[in-house]
Write a protein that binds this ligand. Structure first.
Ligand code: EPS
Length: 390
């Protein structure tokens, strides 16, 4: 069973991520993990914080001589900004006069709900953990899930479909998404240059107004074998697992599998992917006319690409804040403002890649088992042979 967990606050000393359940003998590529962390930090519309941070994964356990040993893996990511917060957010009692309260909750943020829930007089501690900074820790262990999946021939990448009103209309093929991965610079992580410029204009527009903007990303998993997830039980359905995993990311408000949203308004004949039989592809001879199902039918992967979209609300910290209430006086005031990003759609897409990779890796661990990579790959090849009977 693959299990994972993160800890750490946005301006604390470090983030920590734990991943338990990978087989022994998997070669760990440190440079790949750091490159994934770099990808998450890119994108037009990020705030000043990204000038401070340069995330690198410090592996503390579970990897020896460059390979997993079957023990839990823990990874630490230093918060470089910590040096600016040591006095105001100490672990020990410290000097309370140095505390930096978040005096009025931001609409859309966890501030108010979190303060009410945990009995805090203001929202500083809420912000610290609710912050999307935490997604860096997920990306670090997501990179390990990707390294594992790569051994099974599965790759997981994302691209940006929309920023505000600027959207890419056509389906983007895997090759184009793969090309994006090789880029040295990430603007808005869109596979279409013209659409990307329109997206940039959307960011510029909100920047000028002191506002923020959301959007849509799509995660594509390529090379996924049929048979991951199951309809046998509600909480084992792959679509349900992916929806929860992607929805759990900060600011995601909706998740779509394949063309799920437009399918609701279309007749069945226009939605379902007709089945044919032809040349041997990587897993079967069965073919499809298109992939509206997003690679999942009945909660089971069907051998097509898995496509999951996440819909992001605009960032809730606004330079021109909305109306709120002062925690102390209960008087109407503007919501708190702290340095912030104005657009994080590309970064959220990278974090979602991690969540999709962790989910698929978990299902693959379930299906193929094994305590060492040798055993896991033998089981995987056995399944592949079994599929050849069709
Ligand atoms: C975030 C606010 C900003 C973002 C941060 C998420 O941080 P700060 O308040 O320190 O400027 O930059 O994102 C990250 C640090 C990151 O690594 O993605 C928030 O409140 O969610």
């Amino acid at each position: 069973m693959l299990r994972y967990f993160t800890a750490g606050e946005s301006h604390g000393e470090a983030l920590v991520a734990f991943l338990s359940g990978l087989p022994a003998g998997l070669q760990v590529d440190q440079a790949f993990i750091d490159h994934e962390l770099w990808r998450r930090q890119q994108g037009y519309g990020r705030g000043g914080r990204m000038k401070i941070e340069r995330d690198t994964a410090h592996i503390l356990s579970g990897v020896r001589h460059g390979r997993t040993i079957g023990s839990p893996i823990s990874i630490q990511l230093e918060n470089r900004d910590w040096k600016n917060w040591q006095e105001s957010l100490p672990v020990a009692q410290g000097d309370t006069a140095q505390h930096k309260p978040v005096a009025s909750p931001r609409p859309g943020h966890a501030d108010l709900a979190g303060a009410l829930k945990y009995n805090f007089p203001e929202a500083r501690y809420v912000l610290e953990r609710a912050s999307a900074r935490e997604s860096a820790a997920r990306v670090a262990i997501g990179a390990l899930a990707k390294i594992f999946l790569r051994e099974l021939g599965v790759e997981v990448l994302s691209h940006v479909v929309a920023v505000g009103n600027a959207a890419i209309q056509k389906e983007v093929q895997w090759e184009l998404i793969h090309n994006l991965y090789r880029q040295q610079e990430i603007l808005l992580h869109c596979a279409d240059r013209e659409a990307e410029q329109r997206m940039k204009a959307e960011v510029d527009k909100v920047l000028k107004r002191g506002d923020s903007v959301g959007g849509v990303f799509e995660v594509v998993a390529h090379g996924v074998p049929p048979g991951l997830g199951t309809y046998a039980q509600w909480d084992e359905r792959l679509d349900a697992l992916l929806a929860a995993a992607v929805m759990s990311l900060q600011a995601v408000k909706a998740v779509e599998i394949g063309s799920g949203i437009s399918a609701a308004a279309s007749p069945g004949s226009a939605v379902h992917d007709e089945i044919g039989y032809g040349d041997w592809a990587s897993f079967t001879r069965f073919t499809r006319t298109h992939n509206n199902a997003g690679g999942i039918e009945g909660g089971v992967s069907n051998g097509e690409e898995i496509r999951v979209r996440g819909y992001l609300k605009p960032i809730s910290t606004l330079r021109r804040p909305l109306q709120s209430v002062d925690f102390a006086t209960r008087q109407p005031v503007s919501a708190a403002y702290e340095r912030s990003d104005v657009c994080v759609v590309p970064a959220a897409g990278i974090a979602a890649e991690a969540m999709v990779a962790l989910t698929l890796a978990g299902c693959a661990r379930e299906k193929f088992g094994g305590d060492s990579m040798t055993e896991t790959l033998r089981n995987f090849e056995g399944y592949r042979l079994q599929l050849k009977n069709y």
